[in-house]
Design a protein around this ligand. Sequence first.
Ligand code: GLU
Length: 493
Amino acid sequence: MAAPRVRFAPSPTGFFHVGSGRTALYNWLFARRHGGVFILRIEDTDTERNREEWVEGIVEAMAWLGMEPDEGPYRQSARAERYRAAIDALWDSGYLYACDCTREAVQARTPEHATPGYDGFCRERGLSREGNALRFLTPDVGDTQVHDVVRGAVTFRNETMEDFVVARSNGEPLFVLANIVDDRDMRITHVIRGEELLPSAPKAILIWRALDEVAKTDAAWRAANDLPVWAHLPTLVNEQRKKLSKRRDPVAVESYRDQGYLPEALRNYLALLGWSPPGGEEKVPLEVLIENFALEEVNHSPAFFDVKKLTHMNGEYLRELSVGEFVERVRPWVDPATERAAGRWVPGTAAPPPWPPECFDAGVFLRLAPLVQERVAVLGDAPGLVDFVFLSDPPFDETSWAKAIGGDAGAVALIEDAIGAFEHTEWSASALRDATSAIGERAGRKLAKAQAPIRVAVTGRTVGPPLFESLEVLGRDEVLRRLRRALECARAT
Ligand code: GLU
């Protein structure tokens, strides 16, 4: 195959959606696989719905996911001239006609049960261009076929295709026109995008062929006889098999980044939404994805965007990091103040850690890091696992207290024994474990049962990183202080 040219062409109307992430990724993988060119094109002709911050969001999310474009970002807003020229040429060649019908008027003329859409009312009226919308005169007979790599040949009967609008009454081009003019000008060979855009493909083909006709006599237009290859990717659905919705489902790539998903994990997971790497492996290195990605293997049935599976995969990626890398990457969540001061990125929508920034101690965190790395599903879980170390008092968790201290008749005696033993024992995790074990034996308890009140007294919760390593890091004085304080409270109740 000659080097393909593909484009990702988002409209900047909201947060960067995971579905857009999947579309961008498939384009990018395809380009990388075949030594092609990956283009980013911002389709920002809808001035009412576009916002600059969404454009930045797109560019940042793509950089974060490691899919920087080879060309672009191009912006449709900078190419208005070119669309106007296309509209002029199509008008002059008789492909367009002017229409002044309001939506209401069209509706009023449409009998019930009739196919909705425009009825061709203005076709023969010969209205002038000025101040009117322009419609493309679609053929009444025959078919338009979309040859789609994912869905095979999809046939549209021309009689069911309405004369669609290509320019508004103020002259602004509509999506389908700008989109296809760009695909021609940018020599796009493969259009890889979401399946909701399939209905616009036959319209694009009609415009494409019309411009090929125009090109025969007008040097401003290059004949581009080969249509692009189409690939409409399956819809992403949620657990209820409903199309992912911005309102209902967590779909913003930004929010996954802020929660502490690793870009390599999200990218790997997105790759599976419609395609399977060879051998059915799910966790696959990027090189393997690139080497094997095949558009013709993309599945057409809806793909389930399974947050649980993504989270699981993220955990696996986290576990694979070296401790040094983990510490590096978790920093924006555990020490955002320092990161921000150094001008580095911090998760904008994540809650800050619950301790005062000056109480964070990087050396102490480093000692806890291997324990934390084993237990987090996302980087944003880290502060909740180490907060008891950096807060001056353990956090209070009512359920934990009630379970392990308030509701345990033997807890007071156990804590007393622990204080007695911990005053003298050697201060290492293993010695602390042995001491607790011995206390438990005297009370007729297994280690897990014996350590529960100690854990809640010192860390505030029944669950957390391994206890004895945590005690070692906290130090004797602080552990004793917390045990004594818990004892006072327990006796008071
Ligand atoms: N701008 C269109 C959208 O965001 C995509 C156009 C395309 O990929 O052809 O829905």
